[in-house]
Design a protein around this ligand. Structure first.
Ligand code: E4P
Length: 224
């Protein structure tokens, strides 16, 4: 089954979607944590209590050089959770991914804007690739096409890397990449909400309620 993540550090929103979605865990990035005003350790404590011990968490290194990224990743990997270390797919990041994989650390290559960039990260051993679908679209590119090319390359070359598609502004982008058979997706809260939003839903439910109440009052289904 596709792994479904929420791209947030908001505990209230995570609780809301944990209630109704089969969440695998949450993804964060430095901007998300900075905007939440809550550091990684406190966020992980809250999220782990909420989602349980099987939840998977993604946190990004902020170091710049491969060796220091590796040292930071080792610290993240020591945290008592199922951690995946996010690494920006730069020249140093690719070097860091190779080092991290030698050390058995789970890695997601992030900030992917091109198929070639993601493919190199996969060849370096990244467990996950995060192509930035909406950011690519916003630059007059085709985010879905980048995901399609990456999925094709992964399959053609028999790689175990999973695509965890990221950066969405609307549900159409999310649905388009999920049709490609990718391994995972991370949704921001507003797009997650769009998954069950349609102007016809509420009127349909209201009509059922009215028809039922007219016929059976406040009886429950099995009482009728
Ligand atoms: C994923 O790795 C990124 O942190 C995130 O999905 C980017 O999303 P944005 O483009 O909405 O900031």
């Amino acid at each position: 089954m596709i792994e479904l993540y929420l791209d947030t550090a908001d505990i209230t929103e995570t609780a809301r979607f944990h209630h109704c979605f089969p969440l695998t865990g949450i993804t964060t990035n430095p901007t998300i944590l900075a905007n939440s005003g809550v550091g990684l350790k406190a966020t992980l404590t809250y999220m782990s209590n909420l989602l349980g011990k099987d939840a998977r968490f993604f946190a990004q290194v902020v170091s710049k050089e491969a060796e220091s990224m590796l040292n930071e990743a080792k610290k993240l990997n020591e945290l008592p959770y199922d951690m995946v270390v996010k690494v920006p797919t730069t020249e140093e990041g690719l070097a860091a991914i190779k080092l991290m994989k030698q050390g058995g650390i789970q890695v997601l290559a992030t900030a992917i804007y091109t198929a070639q960039q993601g493919f190199m990260a996969a060849l370096c051993g990244a467990d996950y690739l995060a192509p930035y679908v909406n950011r690519i679209d916003a630059m007059n590119g085709d985010g879905v096409a980048v995901v399609r090319d990456l999925q094709l390359l992964i399959e053609k070359h028999g790689l175990s890397t999973k695509i965890l598609a990221a950066s969405f502004k609307n549900v159409q982008q999310a649905m388009d990449v999920m049709k490609l058979g990718i391994g995972g997706i991370t949704l921001p809260v507003d797009v997650a909400m769009q998954m069950f939003s349609h102007p016809a839903i509420e009127p349909a439910v209201a009509q059922f309620d009215k028809d039922w109440a007219d016929a059976f009052g406040d009886k429950l289904s099995f009482e009728s």
